[in-house]
Design a protein around this ligand. Structure first.
Ligand code: PLP
Length: 263
């Protein structure tokens, strides 16, 4: 399903057209740290009896109309990969739900489908979050909002500094907060910009160079030709460095480099 041009999240207007008798759930991905437009998505889910699974992997702590992400769907998934807004020192993640039955099933699946020790009732996996990582998260969680505020502050610096450059800057949805897991701008001269920034020592990258429906593994998906916006935008995106520890002077240096490259 294609995205909203301004926010890069799933376009609710495209959902109905994509539904088939096999559709079971909608999975809004809060890409780059901004919630999708949840009101129309939840309305469609209710009308067509679909589940909603929020992908909050990039949006820990973000809000939509005053409510934290992770509290809208039947389930929500958070990644704690080290680079995420809330990350561990290895790999980790969590599934949250307010449905007891789903919670029970998820906790079975997480550990070999065990309902009791050494007895599998479902074909599960080993996806346990180990205790060391959990302990790290307990501490880091206390700093999440403060870390997100630093990201927002840096995003404002980029916005002020890059406004006149002709780059397409990230837009924040009215009524939502954005936690800037990534600060993604768009340029028709993206490849030159990326190369020169990297040569100059800046950690710029592309998230992501190949959209899901064009991944070789999914080449048979039927929606291939319907994602024209995604296919156009993917050629223009470039992620600028953003993380709580990034100092203002480095953001200024990066903006100076950008101006020299594209002007
Ligand atoms: C939007 C999004 N969804 C899902 C994932 C998968 O998370 P994990 O690597 O923790 O399984 C990621 C991680 O990169 C992500 O960015």
């Amino acid at each position: 399903m294609d995205i909203e041009e301004d926010y890069y999240t799933i376009d609710p207007l495209k959902i109905k057209r994509a539904l088939t008798f096999r559709t079971k759930a909608i999975v809004p991905v809060y890409i780059y740290g901004q919630p999708a437009d949840m009101d129309p998505i939840l309305e469609i889910a209710e009308r067509y009896n679909l589940k909603v699974i929020e992908d909050c992997a990039q949006a820990h702590g973000a809000t939509y109309k005053g409510r934290r992400v992770g509290s809208f769907g039947n389930m929500a998934c958070f990644s704690f990969y080290p680079t995420k807004n809330l990350g561990v020192l290895g790999d980790g993640g969590i599934v949250v739900t307010d449905n007891e039955e789903l919670a029970k099933k998820a906790s079975l699946l997480r550990e070999y489908g065990w309902a009791e020790r050494y007895v599998s009732h479902l074909t599960g996996w080993n996806t346990r979050l180990d205790e060391i990582q959990a302990a790290i998260l307990r501490i880091k969680l206390r700093h999440l909002d403060e870390d997100n505020s630093k990201r927002v502050y840096l995003a404002e610096i980029y916005k002020r500094g890059l406004e006149e450059t002709g780059l397409t800057l990230p837009r924040k949805r009215e009524g939502s907060t954005h936690v800037y897991h990534l600060y993604v701008v768009r340029s028709t001269k993206r490849d030159r910009l990326l190369k020169s920034l990297r040569t100059g020592g800046a950690i710029a990258s592309i998230h992501y160079p190949v959209p899901v429906h064009l991944q070789p593994a999914y080449k048979d998906l039927s929606c291939r030709s319907d994602l024209l916006k995604t296919e156009r935008i993917v050629k223009e995106i470039i992620s600028l460095p953003i993380y709580p520890e990034l100092i203002e002077a480095d953001a200024e240096k990066i903006m100076k480099m950008i101006k020299e490259i594209i002007e």
